[in-house]
Design a protein around this ligand. Structure first.
Ligand SMILES: Nc1ncnc2c1ncn2[C@@H]1O[C@H](COP(=O)(O)OP(=O)(O)OP(=O)(O)O)[C@@H](O)[C@H]1O
Ligand SMILES: [Mg+2]
Length: 261
């Protein structure tokens, strides 16, 4: 751990994680060591999130936050450890299997819409892995009924959308697969403040009303911790502090290092 962050003290224990997610654990990572090629980025990493809970990962650039999401989705090399959903070991499933049979959706950071396809076609792309095409149409329709902003532009190419609407399309495209877990990397990046608030309201609705379990990475630590039930501070591939989102907002070390306080 680099000097600047050494004040953060000793690593949290499994008990600390359990206290934050005491029952109905939906996503669990135990002793994960993972990286890219032969390079190890995450070292003996643990995580717990209950069903319909939200967890925000914060930490300096290069700490390994995105790598945690990549590992859950299946984009990294896993050297040891275990990832499970509702107690079922999913460590070695492919991303496609995770999307279709376990319900994990990974929402890409920034600009993943197809600009020349219509809004509706973009939504239907979200269902590409579904066996039955009709189901994609049904889900796309449900999403359009839910989000007026998208419905009004369903037949227009996605490139006409504003930045906030585009982010909304990226999130709702993932919903077409009816996932139970949303992995969201930097939802606020590149957005104006009013759209940032909109994106967090959408995520809150999905958590509270559709019982989605949300794991997000957020550079805007204040927004992320205000939103999430729990937060983990990651430094050099290891967890340095854990707590409820509002506790971390009050934590002076977190404030100084990550909230510009
Ligand atoms: N596809 C990849 N191949 C090789 N190394 C990678 C790859 N993606 C990330 N890394 C390396 O892994 C380390 C952790 O990167 P990661 O993207 O997880 O950090 P992060 O905490 O998300 O940082 P940021 O806040 O900048 O997004 C970095 O040293 C990075 O260079
Ligand atoms: Mg990242």
């Amino acid at each position: 751990m680099s000097d600047q962050y050494s004040v953060l003290g000793s690593a949290p224990t499994k008990k600390d994680l359990q206290k934050l997610s005491p029952d109905n654990v939906h996503v669990q990572i135990e002793g994960l060591t993972a990286g890219y090629g032969k390079m190890e980025i995450l070292h003996d990493f643990d995580l717990m999130v209950s069903k319909a809970q939200s967890l925000c990962l914060i930490g300096p650039n290069g700490a390994g936050k995105s790598t945690i999401l990549h590992s859950i989705y299946g984009f990294t090399n896993i050297f040891s450890g275990k990832i499970s959903i509702d107690g079922k070991d999913i460590t070695n499933l492919t991303p496609a299997e995770k999307l279709t049979s376990v319900g994990i959706a990974y929402i890409l950071q920034d600009n993943s819409v197809f600009p020349d396809m219509t809004v509706e076609e973009n939504l239907l792309m979200g269902g590409y892995a579904k066996d039955k095409v009709e189901e994609s149409y049904e889900e796309a329709q449900r999403v359009l009924d839910k989000y007026e902003r998208l419905k009004n532009r369903r037949n227009q190419p996605a490139k006409v959308l504003s930045g906030g609407e585009r982010r909304l399309l990226e999130i709702s495209r993932a919903l077409v697969m009816k996932p139970s877990v949303l992995l969201v990397d930097e939802p606020s990046i590149g957005l104006e403040p009013r759209y940032i608030d909109m994106v967090f309201e959408i995520l809150r609705d999905l958590q509270q009303n559709e019982k989605k379990t949300i794991i997000l990475v957020e550079q805007n630590a204040k927004k992320g911790l205000e939103f999430a039930d729990n937060g983990y501070v990651l430094v050099s591939g290891q967890t340095a502090i854990v707590g409820k989102g509002d506790e971390l907002l009050e934590n002076p070390d977190v404030g100084r290092l990550f909230l510009g306080g």
